[in-house]
Design a protein around this ligand. Structure first.
Ligand code: FES
Length: 147
């Protein structure tokens, strides 16, 4: 990826995303490897990871359910959506189901304000949510997982 960017540092976020998709999370080993390849310190890499909610140093479920509770979503029922997801999955915010299938996370704006309330599952956006829609969405991922 490095030749596609003007500086090695510019390749950091996409490189972290690729590595996270491959490994599941950004382990100490992954951080060290990327820091070395991009001529950065591990602290510089960790600072970037801590800024972006889509990057994690801890294992998550196969499907990471991120529910936006920022203002547009909040006024259109996001707290009910988050509460429902938590109840449905049986985990609190930042929790992971025992089978490792789902993680749940409350997040800031995901850029889908016009279609609030919205959530993101891995790279998929789900908009104009209702509790009924949430049930169908979660069930779809569960069925698709083969578990
Ligand atoms: S406020 Fe929820 S997507 Fe922007």
């Amino acid at each position: 990826m490095v030749p596609h960017y003007p500086t090695k540092r510019s390749a950091l976020v996409p490189t972290l995303l690729y590595a996270q998709d491959e490994v599941g999370f950004l382990s100490d080993e992954v951080i060290g490897e990327i820091a070395g390849r991009l001529d950065l310190t591990e602290l510089e890499v960790r600072n970037v990871i801590s800024y972006y909610s889509m990057l994690t140093t801890k294992p998550r479920g196969k499907f990471n359910v991120q529910v936006c509770t920022n203002i547009s979503c909040l006024v259109r029922g996001a707290e009910d959506i988050l509460r429902h997801c938590s109840k449905r999955l049986g985990v609190p915010n930042k929790g992971t189901t025992p089978d490792g299938l789902f993680s749940l996370e409350e997040v800031e704006c995901i850029g889908a304000c016009s279609w609030a309330p919205a959530a993101q599952v891995n790279y998929d956006f789900h908009e104009n949510l209702s509790v009924e829609k949430v049930d169908a969405i979660l069930e779809g991922y569960r069925r698709g997982s083969g578990i």
